[in-house]
Design a protein around this ligand. Structure first.
Ligand code: SAH
Length: 415
């Protein structure tokens, strides 16, 4: 006799009082150690419902038994049926936010920014007609074909590439036969993908590159650098593939030096300059590459030779325990950057460490400026760009501060 397996009862969770409060306030994560009661084991990607002490619905989310973030919220407050219309609406909401931001001069940007867009643990970046889907939880892997259907219908991409955060890779291969860099839709890639940002042409290594192949989150700061670069000698420390440098060149910089520890990154920077030679100001700008540790190089090259210094290091605090050390490193780096600035120079200091808050970072750089003994004027600060919205505390990570040393005196007269 053939028996069909009984459908499993809905996965139900009860949680600590603190977690109830956090979920009620709209926080998108439930940690494993806050779970007080679970009716049965769950598998990755199952929908689970959280009830409060009085048995009222609190939240519905994606379960991940492998992650300390055991549940990532999809809906809170009121129960909803996650039917086709629900998914479509969720996707459309994120698209509607981005459409007004970009024209055909910018074909590289983020469509979906995880929890902040209601797609927890999932990032979707666009590079021209290639989409890169990056996952931070196993929970989406059993739902991959549904996601691909949705994204194909919405964006009609030529290609969709899968990227997996490092900690998922073993389980993704073992349980779902998926690897980082898999091409899920479309033809194989012969080389990097080309896309536009603010009219400049860039390449992105979407299969192996850091993040999804490019640091899309620095676009607005790069635009600002373009407006500050005219006639300046620019040092782009931690340059990666020269994103800031191309904007500085188009902004009329006299010369740009890309400084990175990675030869591969600098080769990308050279190719990106080559791609934009049709622009007269880019072709007029001298481009140099230095492969070195930026801390060492700046320490060993003390003469002030630059008029604009950009410091955009990788995250210096990957864990909370590294926070104090990171703050010291940011201060030291800023001091070295300021020392490399000629009178009248401009510093841009950035941090992408979520464990260092914006006020802490800005104070650190202001302290370095004060300790240099040089007068400076703060031109402004910035955080995440609009296609990387941050809707809960842990989502904040990007900080940037612009300082002008020995600024010109304020102009006289009524204007
Ligand atoms: N500003 C870049 C992104 C920087 S990512 C952009 O807008 O695209 C950080 C870069 O720092 C990476 O390219 C990495 O190779 C480089 N890096 C890491 N440690 C370094 C070090 N100690 N010295 C110099 N470069 C370093």
């Amino acid at each position: 006799m053939v028996t069909t397996p009984e459908p499993l009862p809905r996965l139900r969770l009860r949680v600590s009082a603190a977690a109830e409060t956090s979920l009620r306030s709209g926080h998108p994560w439930l940690f494993a150690d806050s779970i007080r009661d679970q009716n049965r084991p769950g598998s990755p990607g199952e929908l689970a419902v959280v009830y409060d002490r009085r048995n009222r619905f609190l939240a519905l989310g994606l379960f991940d038994p492998e992650s300390p973030i055991r549940l990532r919220v999809l809906e809170a407050g009121k129960p909803r049926k996650l039917d086709a219309a629900w998914w479509q609406e969720r996707l459309e909401r994120a698209c509607a936010l981005r459409r007004p931001l970009f024209d055909d001069q910018t074909t590289g940007f983020r469509w979906l920014h995880g929890e902040n867009d209601g797609w927890p643990g999932l990032v979707l970046d666009r590079y021209a007609d290639t989409l890169v889907l990056k996952l931070y939880t196993l929970a989406w892997l059993p739902r991959l074909s549904h996601l691909l259907d949705l994204f194909r219908a919405q964006f009609r991409p030529a290609r969709i590439v899968l990227r997996l955060s490092r900690n998922l890779q073993p389980a993704a291969l073992q349980h779902f036969s998926r690897s980082d860099g898999d091409i899920l839709v479309g033809p194989p890639l012969e080389g990097p993908v080309l896309f536009h940002e603010s009219g400049l042409l860039f390449e992105a290594d979407v299969i192996r590159g850091q993040k999804t192949g490019f640091f899309l989150d620095q676009r607005e700061n790069r635009r600002r650098i373009e407006s500050l670069a005219r006639g300046r000698r620019v040092l782009n420390a931690f340059s990666f593939s020269g994103g800031f440098s191309l904007y500085a060149a188009r902004g009329g910089a006299a010369a740009v030096t890309d400084l990175d520890i990675s030869a591969h990154a600098l080769e990308g920077a050279r190719r990106n300059f080559a791609l934009n030679q049709s622009h007269p100001l880019v072709s007029a700008c001298a481009h140099h590459c230095v492969q070195a540790d930026a801390f060492d190089w700046l320490s060993q090259n003390p003469s002030p030779r630059f008029d604009l210094v950009i410091l955009d290091p990788p995250s210096l605090a990957r864990r909370e325990a590294e926070r104090a050390g990171a703050i010291r490193a940011y201060q030291r780096l800023a001091a070295l950057g300021i020392r490399a600035l000629a009178p009248g120079g401009i510093l841009l200091a950035c941090s992408c460490s979520a464990h260092v808050s914006a006020p802490e970072f800005f104070q650190t750089i202001r302290r370095a400026a004060a300790q240099s003994g040089r007068p400076s004027l703060e031109l402004g600060t910035a955080t995440e760009p609009p296609d990387h919205p941050a809707t809960f505390p842990e989502a904040h990570y990007l900080k940037a501060i612009f300082l002008h040393f020995e600024p010109p005196p304020p102009s006289e007269g009524p204007f």
